[in-house]
Design a protein. Sequence first.
Length: 502
Amino acid sequence: MKKLALLTGMAAMVFASCTKETPGTDPNAPQDIIFTSAIENGGLKGLKADDPTVCSNPAADYAQIVIRKLGTTIDETYTPSVFTVNNVLYTQAVKLTPGSYEVILFTLMDNNDTPDNTSDDVIVRATPNTGSDFSVFVSATLPIPFTVAPFQKLEIPIEVLCFQETTYKNFGFAWFRATEATVRQMWFFGDFCTKYYKDYAGSAYANQSQGLQVDMPAIFKVEVYNNGNLVSTYSNESYFGEGKPLEVKYSDVVNKVDNFELKLYILVKIGDSFGYKYMNSWFFEDAEELDTQLGTGPGGDGVYDFVLGNCNAEQADFAFAPYMNLPESANLYATLPNDDANRTSYLTMHFSNIGNGYDIANGSLAGFCFDRTTTIYTNTNYNVSIYSTLLPASVLPDRIKNKEWDRVNWLANHLNQFAGYKWWELQQVLWKLEDPSWNGASEGGVPSVNFNDLNGMAKKMLDAANLNGDGFVPLPGGWAAVACINADASHPIQTVFTIVDP
């Protein structure tokens, strides 16, 4: 019976060897790379006090190897087990595609008898960096370059020294504790909506397959910050934002809380040129999913989608208000218009020192105000900071972040519903929106109104704005308030604003 079993096993082995597939011929197939350290030739060296050949550290369980492909900034970490044969220490093979690489970190690790928990692992031996104090004790220091050729296995000899945490700087290490990280990823895709799409001639948007449109795939970049430090940047400009979402990767250290920030920048017109404008930050820890307008996470498609502008009927994960191409600052002085039948505003705002290409230009625009009890002197020049009131409150200065801008913007886009209104009625309504306790009395040359008169124009405008204005965002072709406050916050002037087509 034993002979029959043996014959059966041999037949199975013959059958298996006869049916084995022949090796592939792909020249880009990954190849086996093994690292070795010859004990008898001094590859494993001690570096303690007294006898330099003695190292009392425990034997290694595995190697931690960080390898970088030349021409990139992407580091890959490998943790192969190690074993010894005939006084030579070997790592298990790691696989790399053909190309040029360098080893930028090589350490031998003790797992502290807890192979399933890397948080307590320690370095027992390591290879020093070039220029470090211990570099004189080895013949080859880090980084060590090597080349992987097609259809060739590669053994790379490497020398390691006995390691003590108290001497990590002698190895040239900036950080000496072994870490294990998981590479995670998120996917992003965006829309950019603008009525001024023809202004983007000459930008990367003009290279999109459908050309310039009101609604275009957004070209954007995402910066990844880990615990406040910029670690990587991803952009979809190379493929003009079309055809696929942008993959954003980040490394999450195991058994440690990492605080991440993703900063979104979208390619827009800035003055008369094009550049990336900061739009939003997302904050999260470790493997957390992002909180969106629709819930938590990217939904069934696995992609976080956003829209800059207000042209999508279907709600995106993130919606950002229409972009306004505004200067950061300008010179401004205000005057009171002549009190004639054609007067349309409380103030006239006179701008200067504005560069080319912005949504507002040097010259005069109709204006209104908030901050009724704060003074702005007419015919007095001020240096002002300029803000789109469509921005979220979180990014607006304290002086203007809590104003009722959404109701103001609703009024600006629906004034045609109030035929025959007068400029002072609109200004009184604006003051009432800012301060619900305001009684509509005559103030600063603005005639009084009666907010208790149900048939009065001011009452109708106020009620409509309160009813319809919350959360209002104008569609392309609509209007939005642009607010100006003086740059010196310690000496505030009255908040003045004009209405601009975004």
